[in-house]
Ligand binder design. Sequence first.
Ligand SMILES: *Cc1c(COP(=O)(O)O)cnc(C)c1O
Length: 407
Amino acid sequence: VLDAATADATDPLAHLRDRFVLPDDVTYLDGNSLGPLVSGVADAVHRAVHDEWGTGLIRSWNDAGWVDLPARVAARLAPLLGADPADVAVTDSTSANLFKVLGALTAGADTTARPVLLSEQGNFPTDLYVAAGVADLRGLALETVPRDALADRLAAGDVAVLTVTEVDYRSGHRHDVAALAEAAHAAGTRIVVDLAHSTGALAVDLPAWDVDAAVGCTYKYCNGGPGSPGYLWVHPRHDVRTPLQGWFGHEAPFDFSPEYAPAPAAARFLDGTPPVLSMTALEAALRLFEGVDTTSLDAKARALTERFVALVDERCDGLGVEVVSPRDPAARGAQVALRHDDAFAVMSALIARGVIGDHRPPDLLRFGFAPAVVRHADVEHAVDVLVDVLTSRAWDDPAHRRRPTVT
Ligand SMILES: *Cc1c(COP(=O)(O)O)cnc(C)c1O
């Protein structure tokens, strides 16, 4: 392994770091929860508020191109998915988008032959809640099995749709989505993948993976800002209807026709008026990735997590932490989870020292290595601070046990 300074000096993505607005005293390892501010975003939002809204008023729907924002942002996001922009819709939350694609892919399902909607235990809670709601609506039964049992469960041949998240939000475990899609299709099952912890950090190629649909969010590795809209992708072989037919998904919304007619391709999955300010921020943020190949993001994420795991192994022996993410880098996303009995307090102590990761109950410290943001030197610094917090037991203090609402 190269030393951190050499690794940073030879990093082909090093220039991206300069495009972020980050406080000097912060080592940010939580881009997997909320990506940091990209330069140019604040100006774009300021212009949209003052000039486009304040002065342009209603005229800005046309004059400032507000009405085309969903299509423009889809075109910027599509390369990160390996996708054709026409098959991408940027809209709503990940939860709402998962509802729409699961609803679309289960419409008309033969609930006698294929009564099961399958997911994995430990999937992100909102994905399971949404899947349970769709199952109720369609007369299916939601079933969850451990990750390793998915292939066997598919082989029974009674699963209508499988929904999984590529990278597990806790452990960082990464599915081989192409292999899972092959197993699903061999069993006559459709597959939907959630890319919340993938897009903007890892190599994604939806057409090559041959999944049926995908969803994800843009406020994590895509740096779209708090609550920025999610997205969905539907394979062009599917001419499906969305269960949420809204006017922005109509082929001609401003004809005000009383009859619904779907817009072409993924645009039919738009529904209500787009959130212009959020979309404006996202559009500006995505400029960061212009000309960036997702395989280079993937390679850097891998190098960063490898460095972190190696340093934790080397320096944290006997300090009460254990690496719980897969040790095989190919089976791991851009994050690493460590187990510690007092994980919440340890993370609180790290944050007090400027190393920002997060905690997931009951006992995980989670560190995200967004490849556009994090430097090899940051990894080294984070481990220095972790070693200090663990050896000094600085975390063992009532101040580090108070839990805020959002963790
Ligand atoms: C972050 C995340 C979400 C977020 O869903 P929203 O509806 O956008 O709040 C969904 N699924 C997974 C797997 C996530 O990691």
